[in-house]
Design a protein around this ligand. Structure first.
Ligand SMILES: C[S@@+](CC[C@H](N)C(=O)[O-])C[C@H]1O[C@@H](n2cnc3c(N)ncnc32)[C@H](O)[C@@H]1O
Length: 264
Protein backbone atom coordinates (compact mmCIF):
# COMPACT_ATOMS: atom_id res chain seq x y z
CA UNK A 1 0.00 0.00 0.00
CA UNK A 2 1.28 3.46 -0.94
CA UNK A 3 2.04 5.44 2.21
CA UNK A 4 0.11 8.66 2.74
CA UNK A 5 2.29 10.23 5.44
CA UNK A 6 4.74 12.82 4.10
CA UNK A 7 3.74 11.79 0.59
CA UNK A 8 4.44 14.91 -1.48
CA UNK A 9 2.97 13.74 -4.79
CA UNK A 10 -0.35 12.57 -3.32
CA UNK A 11 -0.61 15.93 -1.54
CA UNK A 12 0.23 17.97 -4.68
CA UNK A 13 -2.12 15.91 -6.86
CA UNK A 14 -4.95 16.55 -4.44
CA UNK A 15 -5.39 12.98 -3.20
CA UNK A 16 -4.32 13.71 0.39
CA UNK A 17 -4.22 16.70 2.72
CA UNK A 18 -2.05 16.72 5.85
CA UNK A 19 -1.34 13.02 5.40
CA UNK A 20 -4.98 11.94 5.10
CA UNK A 21 -6.94 10.89 2.03
CA UNK A 22 -9.31 13.73 1.08
CA UNK A 23 -13.01 12.95 1.16
CA UNK A 24 -14.08 12.16 -2.39
CA UNK A 25 -10.60 10.89 -3.35
CA UNK A 26 -10.80 7.51 -1.64
CA UNK A 27 -11.84 5.90 -4.96
CA UNK A 28 -8.76 7.32 -6.68
CA UNK A 29 -6.57 6.19 -3.77
CA UNK A 30 -8.03 2.66 -3.99
CA UNK A 31 -7.42 2.68 -7.74
CA UNK A 32 -3.78 3.74 -7.22
CA UNK A 33 -3.19 0.92 -4.72
CA UNK A 34 -4.96 -1.66 -6.85
CA UNK A 35 -2.74 -0.67 -9.75
CA UNK A 36 0.42 -1.03 -7.69
CA UNK A 37 -0.76 -4.50 -6.58
CA UNK A 38 -1.32 -5.39 -10.25
CA UNK A 39 2.21 -4.25 -11.14
CA UNK A 40 3.59 -6.26 -8.22
CA UNK A 41 1.89 -9.45 -9.48
CA UNK A 42 3.12 -8.83 -13.03
CA UNK A 43 6.72 -8.41 -11.84
CA UNK A 44 6.50 -11.95 -10.43
CA UNK A 45 4.76 -13.40 -13.51
CA UNK A 46 7.26 -11.91 -15.94
CA UNK A 47 10.45 -12.48 -13.94
CA UNK A 48 11.13 -8.72 -14.02
CA UNK A 49 11.36 -8.89 -10.23
CA UNK A 50 14.90 -10.24 -10.61
CA UNK A 51 16.10 -7.24 -12.63
CA UNK A 52 17.93 -4.42 -10.96
CA UNK A 53 17.09 -1.87 -13.65
CA UNK A 54 13.72 -1.19 -15.24
CA UNK A 55 12.59 1.08 -18.07
CA UNK A 56 8.91 1.97 -17.96
CA UNK A 57 6.70 4.07 -20.24
CA UNK A 58 3.28 5.41 -19.30
CA UNK A 59 1.43 6.58 -22.40
CA UNK A 60 -1.24 9.23 -21.90
CA UNK A 61 -0.06 9.74 -18.32
CA UNK A 62 -2.53 12.57 -17.62
CA UNK A 63 -2.13 14.00 -14.13
CA UNK A 64 0.30 11.19 -13.32
CA UNK A 65 -1.43 9.66 -10.27
CA UNK A 66 -0.55 6.13 -11.34
CA UNK A 67 2.84 7.05 -12.82
CA UNK A 68 4.03 8.55 -9.54
CA UNK A 69 2.73 5.58 -7.56
CA UNK A 70 4.48 3.07 -9.84
CA UNK A 71 7.76 4.99 -9.51
CA UNK A 72 7.33 5.15 -5.73
CA UNK A 73 6.73 1.40 -5.59
CA UNK A 74 9.54 0.30 -7.96
CA UNK A 75 12.26 2.83 -7.17
CA UNK A 76 11.64 3.70 -3.52
CA UNK A 77 9.97 0.61 -2.01
CA UNK A 78 11.60 -2.14 -4.11
CA UNK A 79 14.81 -0.11 -4.65
CA UNK A 80 15.03 -1.06 -8.33
CA UNK A 81 16.96 1.42 -10.46
CA UNK A 82 13.91 2.65 -12.37
CA UNK A 83 13.50 5.01 -15.28
CA UNK A 84 9.90 6.03 -16.00
CA UNK A 85 8.77 8.35 -18.78
CA UNK A 86 5.21 9.62 -18.95
CA UNK A 87 4.06 10.73 -22.41
CA UNK A 88 1.17 13.17 -22.46
CA UNK A 89 -0.52 15.43 -25.02
CA UNK A 90 -1.20 18.27 -22.61
CA UNK A 91 1.83 20.49 -21.86
CA UNK A 92 0.18 21.91 -18.69
CA UNK A 93 -0.03 18.41 -17.15
CA UNK A 94 3.53 17.62 -18.25
CA UNK A 95 4.80 20.78 -16.57
CA UNK A 96 2.84 20.07 -13.38
CA UNK A 97 4.08 16.48 -13.17
CA UNK A 98 7.73 17.40 -13.83
CA UNK A 99 7.52 20.05 -11.10
CA UNK A 100 6.15 17.54 -8.59
CA UNK A 101 8.71 14.92 -9.61
CA UNK A 102 11.53 17.41 -8.96
CA UNK A 103 10.05 18.31 -5.60
CA UNK A 104 9.88 14.61 -4.68
CA UNK A 105 13.50 14.18 -5.89
CA UNK A 106 12.34 11.33 -8.14
CA UNK A 107 15.40 11.51 -10.39
CA UNK A 108 14.26 8.66 -12.67
CA UNK A 109 10.75 10.00 -13.32
CA UNK A 110 10.11 12.47 -16.11
CA UNK A 111 7.20 13.56 -18.29
CA UNK A 112 7.36 14.57 -21.95
CA UNK A 113 4.82 16.33 -24.05
CA UNK A 114 3.92 14.38 -27.18
CA UNK A 115 1.61 12.10 -29.08
CA UNK A 116 1.78 8.37 -28.37
CA UNK A 117 1.87 7.45 -32.05
CA UNK A 118 4.80 9.80 -32.80
CA UNK A 119 6.92 8.80 -29.81
CA UNK A 120 10.01 6.78 -30.70
CA UNK A 121 10.79 4.06 -28.18
CA UNK A 122 13.75 1.74 -28.56
CA UNK A 123 13.39 -0.44 -25.52
CA UNK A 124 11.01 -0.85 -22.61
CA UNK A 125 10.46 -3.41 -19.89
CA UNK A 126 7.00 -2.28 -18.81
CA UNK A 127 4.56 -0.43 -21.00
CA UNK A 128 1.44 1.21 -19.57
CA UNK A 129 -1.51 3.02 -21.18
CA UNK A 130 -4.49 3.67 -18.95
CA UNK A 131 -7.65 5.23 -20.36
CA UNK A 132 -5.94 6.56 -23.47
CA UNK A 133 -8.68 7.50 -25.92
CA UNK A 134 -9.93 5.21 -28.70
CA UNK A 135 -7.07 4.07 -30.97
CA UNK A 136 -4.41 5.68 -28.72
CA UNK A 137 -4.65 2.36 -26.81
CA UNK A 138 -3.79 0.52 -30.05
CA UNK A 139 -0.86 2.88 -30.67
CA UNK A 140 0.37 2.08 -27.16
CA UNK A 141 0.00 -1.69 -27.63
CA UNK A 142 1.90 -1.45 -30.93
CA UNK A 143 4.69 0.62 -29.34
CA UNK A 144 4.88 -1.76 -26.38
CA UNK A 145 5.18 -4.85 -28.58
CA UNK A 146 7.75 -3.30 -30.94
CA UNK A 147 9.78 -1.99 -27.98
CA UNK A 148 9.97 -5.61 -26.75
CA UNK A 149 8.24 -4.87 -23.44
CA UNK A 150 8.02 -7.89 -21.12
CA UNK A 151 4.84 -6.49 -19.60
CA UNK A 152 2.11 -4.42 -21.27
CA UNK A 153 -0.83 -3.05 -19.32
CA UNK A 154 -3.70 -1.18 -20.93
CA UNK A 155 -7.06 -0.06 -19.70
CA UNK A 156 -9.00 0.89 -22.82
CA UNK A 157 -11.16 3.99 -23.02
CA UNK A 158 -13.70 4.59 -25.80
CA UNK A 159 -13.85 2.13 -28.71
CA UNK A 160 -15.09 4.20 -31.64
CA UNK A 161 -12.98 2.65 -34.38
CA UNK A 162 -14.63 -0.78 -34.34
CA UNK A 163 -18.06 0.44 -33.29
CA UNK A 164 -18.41 2.60 -36.41
CA UNK A 165 -17.80 -0.43 -38.59
CA UNK A 166 -19.86 -3.16 -36.94
CA UNK A 167 -22.06 -4.54 -39.68
CA UNK A 168 -23.48 -7.80 -38.47
CA UNK A 169 -25.56 -9.72 -40.97
CA UNK A 170 -26.12 -12.85 -38.94
CA UNK A 171 -27.94 -14.12 -35.84
CA UNK A 172 -26.15 -11.60 -33.61
CA UNK A 173 -27.52 -8.58 -35.49
CA UNK A 174 -30.07 -7.94 -32.71
CA UNK A 175 -27.26 -7.00 -30.32
CA UNK A 176 -26.47 -3.84 -32.27
CA UNK A 177 -30.09 -2.62 -32.39
CA UNK A 178 -29.81 -0.81 -29.03
CA UNK A 179 -27.11 1.87 -28.72
CA UNK A 180 -25.86 0.92 -25.27
CA UNK A 181 -25.62 -2.77 -26.15
CA UNK A 182 -23.86 -1.92 -29.40
CA UNK A 183 -21.36 0.20 -27.43
CA UNK A 184 -20.63 -2.58 -24.92
CA UNK A 185 -20.46 -5.15 -27.68
CA UNK A 186 -17.98 -3.03 -29.67
CA UNK A 187 -15.84 -2.75 -26.52
CA UNK A 188 -15.82 -6.52 -26.11
CA UNK A 189 -15.02 -7.18 -29.75
CA UNK A 190 -12.22 -4.55 -29.80
CA UNK A 191 -10.58 -5.83 -26.64
CA UNK A 192 -10.84 -9.43 -27.83
CA UNK A 193 -9.03 -8.45 -31.06
CA UNK A 194 -6.41 -6.59 -29.01
CA UNK A 195 -5.82 -9.58 -26.76
CA UNK A 196 -5.51 -11.90 -29.77
CA UNK A 197 -2.97 -9.50 -31.36
CA UNK A 198 -0.91 -9.54 -28.17
CA UNK A 199 -1.11 -13.36 -28.10
CA UNK A 200 -0.05 -13.56 -31.75
CA UNK A 201 3.00 -11.56 -30.73
CA UNK A 202 3.97 -13.99 -28.00
CA UNK A 203 2.19 -12.61 -24.92
CA UNK A 204 -0.04 -14.32 -22.40
CA UNK A 205 -3.01 -12.06 -21.74
CA UNK A 206 -5.42 -11.60 -18.90
CA UNK A 207 -8.53 -9.40 -19.00
CA UNK A 208 -10.26 -8.43 -15.79
CA UNK A 209 -12.20 -5.71 -14.05
CA UNK A 210 -10.12 -2.90 -12.63
CA UNK A 211 -11.39 -0.20 -10.29
CA UNK A 212 -12.85 2.66 -12.32
CA UNK A 213 -12.20 6.22 -11.20
CA UNK A 214 -15.09 8.56 -10.54
CA UNK A 215 -15.03 10.04 -14.04
CA UNK A 216 -15.50 6.87 -16.04
CA UNK A 217 -17.22 3.50 -15.94
CA UNK A 218 -14.41 2.12 -18.08
CA UNK A 219 -12.86 -0.51 -15.90
CA UNK A 220 -11.49 -3.26 -18.09
CA UNK A 221 -7.80 -3.95 -17.83
CA UNK A 222 -5.75 -6.03 -20.27
CA UNK A 223 -2.41 -7.28 -19.01
CA UNK A 224 0.10 -9.05 -21.21
CA UNK A 225 3.26 -10.87 -20.17
CA UNK A 226 5.77 -12.06 -22.73
CA UNK A 227 6.00 -15.84 -22.88
CA UNK A 228 9.26 -17.74 -23.14
CA UNK A 229 7.84 -20.05 -25.81
CA UNK A 230 5.42 -18.73 -28.39
CA UNK A 231 2.74 -20.62 -30.26
CA UNK A 232 2.24 -20.32 -34.02
CA UNK A 233 1.06 -16.69 -34.60
CA UNK A 234 -1.09 -17.75 -37.56
CA UNK A 235 -3.48 -19.49 -35.13
CA UNK A 236 -4.29 -16.10 -33.60
CA UNK A 237 -4.33 -14.21 -36.90
CA UNK A 238 -6.86 -16.75 -38.23
CA UNK A 239 -9.08 -16.09 -35.20
CA UNK A 240 -8.80 -12.32 -35.78
CA UNK A 241 -9.75 -12.80 -39.42
CA UNK A 242 -12.80 -14.93 -38.54
CA UNK A 243 -14.09 -12.43 -35.98
CA UNK A 244 -13.68 -9.53 -38.42
CA UNK A 245 -15.55 -11.44 -41.10
CA UNK A 246 -18.37 -12.43 -38.74
CA UNK A 247 -18.81 -8.82 -37.55
CA UNK A 248 -18.37 -7.14 -40.94
CA UNK A 249 -15.25 -5.30 -39.75
CA UNK A 250 -13.10 -4.10 -42.63
CA UNK A 251 -10.31 -2.37 -40.74
CA UNK A 252 -8.76 -3.07 -37.37
CA UNK A 253 -6.44 -0.16 -36.54
CA UNK A 254 -3.90 -2.18 -34.51
CA UNK A 255 -3.58 -4.72 -37.31
CA UNK A 256 -2.98 -1.88 -39.80
CA UNK A 257 -0.13 -0.52 -37.64
CA UNK A 258 1.71 -3.83 -38.02
CA UNK A 259 0.89 -3.99 -41.72
CA UNK A 260 2.37 -0.51 -42.31
CA UNK A 261 5.46 -1.43 -40.32
CA UNK A 262 6.07 -4.49 -42.51
CA UNK A 263 5.61 -2.44 -45.68
CA UNK A 264 7.92 0.41 -44.65
C1 LIG B 1 -8.43 9.78 -19.24
S1 LIG B 1 -6.83 10.42 -19.09
C2 LIG B 1 -6.02 9.15 -18.19
C3 LIG B 1 -4.78 9.59 -17.48
C4 LIG B 1 -4.02 8.48 -16.75
N1 LIG B 1 -3.47 7.52 -17.67
C5 LIG B 1 -4.89 7.80 -15.73
O1 LIG B 1 -5.42 6.72 -16.02
O2 LIG B 1 -5.07 8.35 -14.63
C6 LIG B 1 -6.19 10.20 -20.71
C7 LIG B 1 -4.98 11.05 -20.97
O3 LIG B 1 -4.34 10.59 -22.16
C8 LIG B 1 -3.97 11.71 -22.91
N2 LIG B 1 -3.92 11.24 -24.31
C9 LIG B 1 -4.94 10.71 -25.04
N3 LIG B 1 -4.52 10.36 -26.26
C10 LIG B 1 -3.21 10.65 -26.31
C11 LIG B 1 -2.21 10.51 -27.31
N4 LIG B 1 -2.51 10.00 -28.50
N5 LIG B 1 -0.95 10.93 -27.04
C12 LIG B 1 -0.65 11.45 -25.83
N6 LIG B 1 -1.56 11.60 -24.82
C13 LIG B 1 -2.81 11.22 -25.06
C14 LIG B 1 -5.03 12.76 -22.64
O4 LIG B 1 -4.55 14.08 -22.87
C15 LIG B 1 -5.33 12.50 -21.17
O5 LIG B 1 -4.55 13.29 -20.30
Amino acid sequence: MIGVENNIYLERLGVTRNGKVIEGMSGKFRQINRFVETIDGLLDDSGLNSKDELTVYDMGSGKGYLTFAVYDFLAIELKINTDITGIEFRPDLVELCNKISEECKFSGLKFLSGNISATKIEKADIFIALHACDTATDDAIFKGITAGAEVIIVSPCCHKQIRKQLCIENELKEITRHGILEERFAEMVTDTLRALTLEANGYKTHIFEFIADEHTHKNIMITAVKKKKTADPSLYFDKIGSIKKFMGIKKFYLEDLFRHETQS
